[in-house]
Design a protein around this ligand. Structure first.
Ligand code: SF4
Length: 288
């Protein structure tokens, strides 16, 4: 029987709440986590992965690398960027990027850190794209930089909501960069891995996927609405999720964290997505 946390009354999301791929992924992975994080705004009681210091340093490097590429794509000269590369990991990733950048990107409009939003099912759905490359009227490519230690399989990435949400939102909301309505078949998404620069995953989009994604996302938003009304928040039955979840001590799903080199992280596909959104201000409050 599925474990359930049922509150007595209906709940609501905070005013101005925005759905993103991360929020929806939490709902899919574990409704209980969605409740704790977004409905209850529950402070994090445990670290996600141990050892925290090593993990946090690695996360910081990932964030620095994203900022580095943002500077590069806003036109900061290479020499100016390279004077800031004081750390080995960052330099390794940077050299990998220079050696094997994503190939065959549109050139006419190239914008880092683009935030797009659209309305869906009475909610606001957003995404922040690492790099948007567009040849207006012809091609639109979404690039996502990944700095995780592992390269998830193509199948795992295909399952991630990011792979569906980003192209969907781009079709709905990137018309101003495309010079008019964006045809889904002109959109693709590239995951570029700093530790595997010659092995990106590329996903092509089309109208059928767009229609399916709309139906799927509307269903998820409806599910969130129904759960808010009923207060029914099941705990995931896939306990691998719990090994890396900050709330595991609240759910009776263990105290010790999974180790980040655990093979299960590869199976889970892309834990790095969660690492990148780690709330730094919470680190000092972690209780072991
Ligand atoms: S510990 Fe497991 S059941 Fe609890 S919120 Fe996290 S993923 Fe869900």
């Amino acid at each position: 029987m599925t474990a359930m946390h049922k509150d007595r009354s209906a709940a609501a999301l905070p005013e101005g709440f925005e759905f993103s791929q991360g929020v929806l992924q939490d709902l899919v992975d574990c409704p209980r986590r969605f409740q704790l994080q977004y409905v209850n705004a529950q402070p994090w009681p445990a670290v996600e992965v141990e050892p925290v210091l090593e993990r946090e340093i690695y996360n910081q490097r990932g964030r620095q690398f994203h900022r580095l590429l943002e500077r590069y794509y806003t036109g900061v000269p290479l020499e100016a960027i390279e004077t800031t590369l004081s750390e080995d990991q960052l330099r390794t990733w940077w050299n990998a990027f220079l050696r094997e950048p994503p190939l065959n990107l549109p050139q006419e409009v190239v914008l880092p850190e683009v935030r797009l939003a659209t309305a869906l099912g009475g909610q606001r759905l957003i995404c922040v794209i690492d790099l948007l490359a567009v040849d207006p009227g012809r091609r639109l490519v979404i690039v996502d930089w990944k700095t995780g230690r592992f390269r998830p399989s193509r199948e795992a990435m295909a399952q991630r909501l990011q792979t569906r949400v980003y192209p969907f939102v781009a079709v709905e909301a990137a018309g101003r960069f495309f010079g008019g309505p964006v045809e889904p078949a002109r959109v693709s998404m590239v995951y570029w891995f700093a530790n595997y620069p010659d092995q990106p995953h590329v996903f092509h989009y089309d109208q059928a996927q767009h229609d399916q994604t709309r139906t799927y996302l509307e269903g998820l938003l409806k599910e969130a609405e129904d759960r808010l009304a009923s207060g029914a928040w099941e705990m995931t039955t896939d306990e691998r999720m719990c090994s890396f979840c900050v709330y595991r001590s609240l759910c009776g799903r263990g105290i010790a964290a999974g180790h980040e080199t655990d093979e299960r992280m590869i199976d889970l596909g892309d834990v790095e997505l969660d690492w990148e959104s780690l709330r730094l201000e919470d680190v000092d409050e972690i209780a072991y």
